[in-house]
Design a protein around this ligand. Structure first.
Ligand SMILES: NC(=O)c1ccc[n+]([C@@H]2O[C@H](COP(=O)([O-])OP(=O)(O)OC[C@H]3O[C@@H](n4cnc5c(N)ncnc54)[C@H](O)[C@@H]3O)[C@@H](O)[C@H]2O)c1
Length: 520
């Protein structure tokens, strides 16, 4: 019997002793680099150095050396997972749940090490890295409890002479394909949900964070997931694409960008030779997240809420604010205050506690953000910039732009970096029209003091997660089930009561008990 779920408490950074422990953990992690991220198939593993993961803040620092899965290893991993599935599917819900709880305990014991590793491999600032480790633990604990609930099945109508039951059964081999921006929590959530419902998993982590993914596999196996039920295939997108095409993969759990998500949905829809089931696709994709600010908003609340949502982790969150739609009556005032707050943001290294905006993940990301910033300067007005430090690292300035024309790519495309666009609107309905015009519908925000406006925007918004009078990032497992609508996602919300349903099929069994009675 597990205790009622509660979120893992974050570290108390205000305590000098905690900060000293983090410094020590970082020094220890630095001494252990580079980590090994091997291909893992059953009990076998092959190390390699075909893929290098480096520190975004100091690209000369090698964080992990990863093997890249070859085509024969992809075949072997799926074949092994099929075998593993035939055993793991028979494990009781209690045993599967216990494995997740065991993995959570393993992570708690290594909490500082995992946090420090995120600081190095993904340039996650301390607070963000700690929150990611907590979220991974939360997914494990939450889905363990949800699986026990699901294992009880559902009540059906019973009539004399008939016994009816409805059960949830695993689908088979699940390919989990994850991004780097929540390098532990996101692969952990998808993988643990698939495993706890009795599936076998082949995990293809992001090429930018194979070191942390290797730790996740260690945690789950240490917790009690059989090696045969969980494989690890580091590599780039082609490894993921091969898994998606594989006829023995029953389901794909993907979190990442819209273009890759579209390609996965298209490829998974094809039924290849020898394939015996339609592939289920769980896709959690990007966003273009708008914050609406009404004329009656409390700007003391709105300014930090907007700036934090746009620039924490350099805007590299699917939920990050990228567009503000502000009532024209207060637009000048809000813009001036946002500009003031952004000018004093500290752009710096992730391991420095005072840093607000760390470097972006890689050179390609720096180039992409620079292109959008140049476009914003050409088509609109740059109203504030916080400059990065001189020296190495994939830094981008934190930038606020305004006066962009409708239809500008800066207003409609996902930038995934520290660039915020502010736009004036006539009123709240005009803001809702703009939000409704977007294909993305992930998160959204509203600042207002009027309950009627809250109701109106709630009714009109297409987004999956609407946050009112607060920042629009930082969804907590069990409190803010998370996921997008429209082209921002296909699935049930992660960290919510229905998420596991995507990893199971339903089986109804009806028995005629009239003629023979039941032999007990
Ligand atoms: N909705 C959410 O919950 C959520 C959460 C985090 C990130 N995201 C989104 O993820 C994106 C950032 O992450 P990213 O840069 O790692 O995304 P990405 O789409 O580039 O890569 C994600 C994963 O897909 C793999 N991949 C690439 N091409 C593939 C293909 N053709 N077939 C199969 N797999 C392939 C990559 O190797 C990686 O493991 C942003 O768009 C962000 O909004 C969404």
């Amino acid at each position: 019997m597990l205790e009622t779920f509660a979120n893992e408490p974050v570290l108390e950074f205000r305590r000098a002793a905690v900060r000293a422990q983090l410094d020590e953990a970082l020094a220890q992690v630095d001494r252990s680099l580079p980590l090994d991220a091997p291909v893992r198939i059953g009990r076998e593993s092959r190390s390699g150095d075909e893929l290098a993961s480096t520190d975004p803040g100091a690209p000369d620092r090698l964080v992990a050396r990863a093997a890249v899965a070859r085509p024969d290893e992809i075949e072997a991993a799926v074949a092994q997972a099929r075998l593993g599935f035939s055993e793991w599917r028979t494990a009781t819900p209690q045993r599967r749940a216990a494995a997740l709880v065991g993995a959570a305990a393993w992570m708690r014991e290594r909490r500082l090490e995992l946090t420090a590793l995120e600081v190095r491999e993904c340039a996650k600032p301390w607070l963000e890295a700690d929150a990611d480790v907590c979220e991974a633990i939360d997914f494990l604990e939450y889905y363990a409890r949800a699986a026990l609930e699901l294992g009880r099945g559902r009540e059906l109508l019973q009539v004399p002479g008939e016994r009816n039951e409805l059960n949830y059964v695993p689908r088979g081999v699940v390919a989990v394909i994850s991004p780097w921006n929540f390098p532990l929590a996101i692969p952990c959530g998808m993988t643990s949900a698939a495993l706890v419902t009795g599936n076998a998993v082949v995990l293809k982590p992001a090429e930018q964070s194979p070191g942390i993914a290797a730790k996740l596999v260690d945690a789950l196996r240490a917790g009690g997931i059989p090696a045969t039920a969980l494989g690890l295939l580091p590599g780039a997108g082609d490894v993921g694409a091969a898994l998606v095409r594989h006829p023995d993969v029953a389901a794909i759990a993907f979190t990442g960008s819209l273009p890759v998500g579209k390609e996965i949905v298209r490829s998974a829809a094809e039924v290849g030779d020898g394939q015996r089931q339609f592939k289920q696709v769980v896709a959690e994709l990007g966003g273009k997240n708008c914050v609406i600010v009404d004329a009656d908003a409390d700007l003391d609340e709105a300014v930090p809420g907007i700036v934090g949502s746009a620039f924490a982790y350099a805007g590299q969150k699917c939920s990050a604010a990228s567009r503000v739609l502000v009532h024209e009556a207060i637009a000048d005032q809000l813009l001036e205050r946002i500009a003031g707050a952004v000018q004093v943001l500290v752009v710096g290294q992730a391991h420095e506690l005072g840093t607000d905006v760390p470097p972006v993940i890689e050179q390609a990301a720096q180039e992409r953000v620079t292109r959008y910033t140049e476009l914003a300067a050409a088509d609109g007005t740059i109203v504030a910039v916080a400059q990065p430090p001189a020296g190495g690292g994939w830094f981008c300035p934190a930038t606020v732009a305004s006066d962009l024309p409708n239809g500008s790519a800066v207003l409609e495309e996902e930038i995934f970096g520290p660039l915020l666009a502010v736009q004036r609107v006539r009123d709240i309905d005009a803001a809702c029209d703009l939000v409704d015009g977007l294909a993305f519908a992930l998160t959204g925000g509203l600042f207002t003091r009027d309950p009627a406006t809250v109701r109106r925007v709630t009714e009109r918004t297409p987004v999956g997660n609407l946050y009112v009078n607060r920042g629009i990032t930082g969804a907590m497992v069990g409190r803010q089930p998370f996921g997008g609508n429209r082209l921002s996602g296909t699935g049930m919300k992660a960290g919510g009561p229905d998420y596991l349903l995507q990893f199971v099929a339903q089986r109804a069994v009806t028995e005629n008990t009239m003629r023979h009675g039941l032999v007990v």
